[in-house]
Each structure stands twice: as structure tokens, then as C-alpha cells.
Write a protein that binds this ligand. Structure first.
Ligand SMILES: CC(C)(COP(=O)(O)OP(=O)(O)OC[C@H]1O[C@@H](n2cnc3c(N)ncnc32)[C@H](O[C@H]2O[C@H](COP(=O)(O)OP(=O)(O)OP(=O)(O)O)[C@@H](O)[C@H]2O)[C@@H]1O)[C@@H](O)C(=O)NCCC(=O)NCCS
Ligand SMILES: Nc1ncnc2[nH]cnc12
Length: 290
């Protein structure tokens, strides 16, 4: 197998694995996990896993198409075609249910950035390169009214597109540092990841929540996530109780933090990529400690 194919398959495997890890992580408020389907009537964990696995060829194609290419208009438009086809693959597997649209977008861009430069293992460098790709306009993007586009206009929030174009601030400035600090503090990995999700939820203007519940629901979710962290996080008894209260609130409001879940997956992807490339002797210039 040639180097390009090997790298593409490795990146696709990492992306799929992080989506499976995200859905398996339990207990997540409002989201599908191993205990329940959160605030979703149409999703199950089996469906989410099938959806994640169906995306392997999509991420492989994005990586192959991006191999050793610098961010450019043509790269942006090439991967947009693959990403849009990927959304159709996902909808085919799920019978029309949106499981991973945001994840195809965010992880697709990160996979593309990582494939463009095999030496890049520093997480912020990959996110910055992904942001550069996202800032090129996709001239062929069909004009569609989506949940995200509707609430972005009403509430003036950046949404998934803005998050990427700003170099993934919730991933690089919140999620990754939180994960590293939690590990340094000896917090068990599952709790560390749950705390990362809560840290992102406490700050993100998640268009999934805004679409279903408006600004009041978003503020309630941010406050509740903050409460869990202020109580000591999910590895403490007080934090666990606050998490149960947050889950109850979210079920009453029937809102789900789908955007935060995607950005947790992005954190896990960059973390796994850095490990992979450091182990292979790549140039690690980030400040992650293991
Ligand atoms: C740029 C696109 C992402 C299109 O985005 P758009 O602004 O049009 O918005 P949406 O189509 O609504 O999708 C955005 C999805 O991104 C996630 N998300 C939300 N907020 C944020 C945020 N602040 N930062 C990052 N990511 C965010 C979220 O995805 C997750 O939730 C999904 C379920 O959402 P939804 O359908 O709203 O909720 P339901 O509960 O199912 O619906 P209701 O019951 O309420 O009706 C789930 O998929 C999670 O993944 C948002 O949904 C991009 O798609 C695009 O342009 N693509 C074109 C292809 C391309 O260029 N690709 C290049 C790279 S491959
Ligand atoms: N675990 C999850 N549950 C519901 N929606 C999601 N979108 C991304 N991950 C999700």
C-alpha cells in the first residue's frame, strides 16, 4: 500500500474511532449514550455507531484528496463535494436522520488539514490549518435553509461554520487544555472526557440547543454545565448530582447539545492524532503531556 493510502486510512480510522468513543461515553446529558437516547426520539446508540462506521470511506477520500496539499480554494471545494456526498451516505444509512452532519464538517476539515502535512502533530497547528481551509468560500455550496442557518440569523451566533473559520476555539482553548489538565490531576479518563464535554457546553452557542429551545434553554444548559464543573466535575459526588440535575433540566426542555458532542469528538481526534504522530516520531511541538 502506498504512503498516501496508508495515511488516509489511518486518519479515517482515527476519525471513526473518535465518533464511536464520543457516542459510547456515558453518562452524557441530553445526548445518546450507553444508558439512554437523551433528548432524541429518532436516535439510538446502534444507529449512531452504524453512522460513524459508514463515514470511514468518506474520511478516507477526504484525506486522499487533501494529501500534501496546501489550503486553497480548490482544496476547499474538492472536500466540500466529498463532504456533501458523505452527508448523503449518512442519511442513507440512518434512513434520513441527521446523526453526524456537524461531525462530517468538523472532522472532515481536521482530517483534510492533517493529510495536507504529515509532519504536523501539534493540535493547534492542525486546527489552524483546518480553519484556513474553512475560510475559503465554497462557491458551489447550495443555498439551503437548515436548522443552523435559521438560528444563526436570529441569534447572530457563529455556528459550526464560524467555529471552524475561527480555528476551532472551543476545541483548542477549552476542550484540549481541559483534557490535559484533568489528566495531570489524575482524573479517570471517562470523567476527564465528560468534564471536557461540560466545559464546551458551558461556553458554546450550540445551534442544536438554540433551534429546539431558544436562548433561554441555551443559558440554562450553560449554567447547568458550569454548576457541574464548579461542584468539582463528574468524578466527585457533588458533581455527579449536579450532572443528574442538568440531565433532568435538559430532558424537561428536550434539548440536546449535538454541536458540543461534535466538538468533543474533534478534541478526541486531535488528541489521538498527536499521540499517533508522536509515537511515529513526527514533530511534536504542542504542549500536550502524556
Ligand atoms: C457548514 C455546515 C456545518 C452547515 O451548517 P449549517 O450552519 O447550515 O447548520 P446545520 O446544517 O444545522 O448543521 C450544523 C451542525 O453542526 C453542529 N453544531 C451546532 N452548533 C455548533 C457549533 N457552535 N460549533 C460546532 N458545531 C456545531 C451540529 O451537529 C450535531 O447536531 C446534529 C443534529 O442537529 P440538528 O439537525 O439541528 O438537530 P436535530 O435534533 O436532529 O433536529 P431537530 O429535531 O431539532 O429538528 C448532528 O448532526 C450533530 O453532528 C449541527 O447540526 C456544513 O454541513 C456544510 O456546509 N457542509 C457542506 C459540505 C462541506 O463543505 N464539507 C467540507 C468539510 S467535509
Ligand atoms: N451522542 C450524540 N447524541 C445525539 N446527537 C449527537 N450528535 C453527535 N453526537 C451525538
Amino acid at each position: 500500500m502506498d504512503q498516501k493510502r496508508r495515511m488516509a486510512e489511518t486518519l479515517a480510522e482515527l476519525a471513526v474511532q473518535t465518533l464511536v468513543d464520543e457516542v459510547n461515553l456515558t453518562p452524557k446529558p441530553g445526548l445518546v449514550d450507553q444508558e439512554n437516547n437523551g433528548a432524541h426520539h429518532d436516535l439510538t446508540i446502534e444507529l449512531m455507531r452504524r453512522s460513524a462506521v459508514s463515514l470511514r470511506p468518506v474520511f478516507t477520500k477526504i484525506a486522499e484528496s487533501s494529501y500534501e496539499r496546501e489550503p486553497s480554494q480548490s482544496l476547499r471545494e474538492d472536500i466540500a463535494v466529498i463532504g456533501r456526498k458523505g452527508e448523503q451516505v449518512m442519511l442513507g444509512v440512518t434512513g434520513g436522520i441527521n446523526t453526524h452532519k456537524g461531525a462530517i464538517w468538523s472532522l472532515g476539515l481536521l482530517v483534510s488539514a492533517a493529510a495536507g502535512n504529515a509532519e504536523l502533530s501539534n493540535t493547534e497547528g492542525v486546527a489552524e490549518r483546518a480553519g484556513r481551509i474553512a475560510r475559503f468560500q465554497d462557491r458551489y455550496c447550495p443555498v439551503a435553509s437548515t436548522n443552523g442557518s435559521k438560528v444563526k440569523d436570529v441569534y447572530q451566533v457563529p455556528g459550526a461554520r464560524g467555529e471552524a473559520q475561527l480555528n476551532f476555539p472551543h476545541v483548542c482553548n477549552i476542550g484540549l487544555p481541559f483534557l490535559q489538565q484533568a489528566r495531570r490531576n489524575g482524573i479517570p479518563e471517562t470523567n476527564a472526557r465528560l468534564d471536557v464535554l461540560l466545559a464546551i457546553m458551558s461556553e458554546l452557542d450550540d445551534t442544536c440547543i438554540l433551534h429546539r429551545g431558544g436562548m433561554e434553554a441555551l443559558q440554562a444548559v450553560k449554567n447547568g454545565a458550569n454548576e457541574v464543573l464548579k461542584s468539582g466535575g463528574t468524578s466527585t459526588n457533588a458533581g455527579r448530582l449536579a450532572l443528574i440535575r442538568l440531565d433532568e433540566t435538559m430532558m424537561e426542555l428536550f434539548v440536546s447539545p449535538g454541536g458540543s458532542a461534535d466538538l468533543l469528538a474533534a478534541v478526541l481526534f486531535l488528541d489521538a492524532l498527536q499521540k499517533e504522530r508522536s509515537l511515529k516520531g513526527g514533530v511534536a511541538v504542542g504542549n500536550v503531556t502524556f
